[in-house]
Design a protein. Structure first.
Length: 243
């Protein structure tokens, strides 16, 4: 090692001897090793007894269940979709059968059959119950709720629609009812095996190729027959106002 290299080493050693004590003092450490390692360790928040405290979680965002405006938005979405696909939309989709009124928002008539949309306005995290017939679970705004089982409810609607369509001479046309969560704030988990969708999932389901062809030769004509079965429900409040 020549004299120049020795000089460089000596100068660096002096610099370290001057700087490290300053770093140690600033970080509250007592040794050079602690001073060197201090930047690599984050200071963890500690409680009154010196115990480490978990960092605070971000507060859960407050959301609301679906409002009337979201139903209007989904109907508008369906109108655009059915026009593009040359399908027929029957809205509203409420049909009375066996003294019961269906809860389907609308009926989409495709060449492959009729699809009823049974809508739910729940927001937050939505998941199935433990058993197939159990109520479902909703987590919203730090609260856990039980909500109606959309699968069993939609199966009942499908049965009513099937009877009504058979009575109207549409027995050769397949019918099914799917559950749709209309709120933009609905997050569905663990529902892949069920016919339950959010708004985007609903459109993706109706875009399946199997609906592009089938026994319905004229969706408009079938739509007219279904429209004749529709019952527009009027609440008691509206009846009183008209009087």
């Amino acid at each position: 090692m020549d004299a120049w290299n020795i000089l460089v080493v000596v100068v660096l050693a002096l610099i370290l001897l001057l700087i490290l004590p300053m770093v140690a003092a600033r970080n509250g450490t007592k040794s050079f090793t602690q001073a060197l390692m201090a930047p690599l360790h984050r200071k963890k928040k500690r409680g009154p007894l010196g115990l480490e405290v978990e960092p605070e979680k971000k507060p859960e965002r407050h959301v609301n269940n679906s409002m009337q405006g979201e139903l209007t938005a989904i109907v508008s979405q369906l109108i655009t979709f059915t026009k593009r696909q040359h399908y027929t939309l029957v809205y509203p989709g409420t049909i009375q059968e066996d003294g019961q009124l269906t809860t389907t928002l609308a009926l989409v008539v495709t060449p492959g059959g009729v699809v009823g949309l049974n809508c739910f306005g729940f927001a937050g995290e939505i998941r199935p119950g433990d058993q197939p017939n159990d109520q479902w679970r909703q987590h919203i705004n730090h609260t856990d709720n039980r909500i109606p089982n959309p699968v069993t409810t939609s199966e009942k609607q499908q049965m009513l629609l099937r009877r009504a369509m058979d009575r109207a001479g549409l027995s050769g046309i397949p019918v099914e009812v799917i559950a749709v969560f209309t709120s933009k704030e609905a997050r569905l988990t663990g529902v892949s095996a069920q016919k339950c969708f959010d708004r985007d999932g609903m459109i993706a389901y109706l875009e399946q190729e199997r609906f592009h062809s089938g026994p319905v030769e004229d969706t408009h004509e079938t739509g007219v027959k279904l429209k004749s079965l529709v019952t527009v429900y009027k609440s008691e409040k509206n009846k009183k106002k008209k009087k």
